[in-house]
Design a protein around this ligand. Sequence first.
Ligand SMILES: [Zn+2]
Length: 460
Amino acid sequence: MSTGADALSFAINQCGTVLFVQLRYQFRVYPTPGQQIELARAFGCARVVFNDGLRARQEAREAGLPYVSDGELSKRVITEAKKTEARAWLGEVSAVVLQQALADLNTAYRNFFASVTGKRKGRKVAPPRFRSRKDNRQSIRFTKNSRFKVLDNGRLRLPKIGDLAVRWSRTLPSDPSSVTIIRDPAGRYFASFVVTLGADETLPPVDAEVGIDLGLTHFAVLSDGTKVAAPKFLRRAARKLKRLQQALSRKQKDSNRRKRAVVKVARAHARVADTRRDWQHKLSTQIIRDNQAVYVEDLCVVGLGRTRLAKSVYDAGWASFTGMLEYKAARYGRTFGRLDRFFPSTRMCSACGRINEKMALNVRSWDCPCGAAHDRDVNAARNIRAAGQADLNARGAHVRPAPVPAARREAGTHPHAACPTRSVEGISVLRAERMSTRDLSVVPARCVMAAALGAARRRR
Ligand SMILES: [Zn+2]
């Protein structure tokens, strides 16, 4: 878990102007042993309230009774429950933490209902599940009215927990509206602040527009010819992970040695994820800064993940990368467009528009009968750019970014089922404009990566 900012959601009016962007800023916190006990208690209480609420609704359903309303549920599993002997200890933690646990349950139910009735697009959402003490990731949320506070001495004051030491890697741009305290599988603690920003961060406009082809040979190839080498963080760390994994498998069940080995494996995974995110943040910020419009192909990552290429696909992390491009475009007043994944970007000649024969994966460059010589990926990126621009013109307005699904993990919903399939409609113009042939420049991705790795190491 890194300490960069992530988008939660953003609102856009009909002219395509961003009204506000909600960002999440995450920082490492270091609770004292005593505070860790208090946090564990709060995690436990939040989990019990969540599970009690879920059970109440399930039992009502089985008994043929109507859905228990949010207000009624809160009264039953918090207010009334505190008066009973079995749940009296709920009073020992902040009431806001308990209310927020129920709010998560309510959101999970709403997402599930919306998915069942088809109101919610995208992947199917499963009904809420019980939370377990053994879950790897524990979290609680404090809202403004819990009176959490960032003190002048830099500590974070949480009601009934105490003043936590925070490692501030950057300053918060404005007053946070909530903070979530997370304990990750590696046993680390984080404070995740939600901050709402106005649209005053718009960058000065630039002329360049770019199409991006995401791939396995290169992580990304841009329509201007830039090639960014695929970061193979997981591969590089694979040997170490394998060794740790083997060590883990030799440990006896329920032993202390095994517990320690589990934490080691989780730490190694977390380190890889951190480095990848840092690297993706740098690259996506640079692309958004340099271009007025960014177009990408909508890859079905879930579909590809089931194939032989799975490891490379997850290693590459395209979904999180395009997500970053999307919210940064919204935040900085740029245009972001996602193109249909059935668009024949590879086979089409970006000079004449002819659609050629299917190409094997090892064909890296080809010549069109029209005389144009193409680099496979750069040609694809140019087609993506041209199609994105055509799509934009056809609609006569900004390509409006889809809302970023808000805080899925914290809402307690868990998507499953297959990737949504989008139709081939939408991109009508197949003739690409003629583009100047620039020299292919290669971004020294290794330097960027080394810097990212160094930064990640320093942070620890
Ligand atoms: Zn051609």
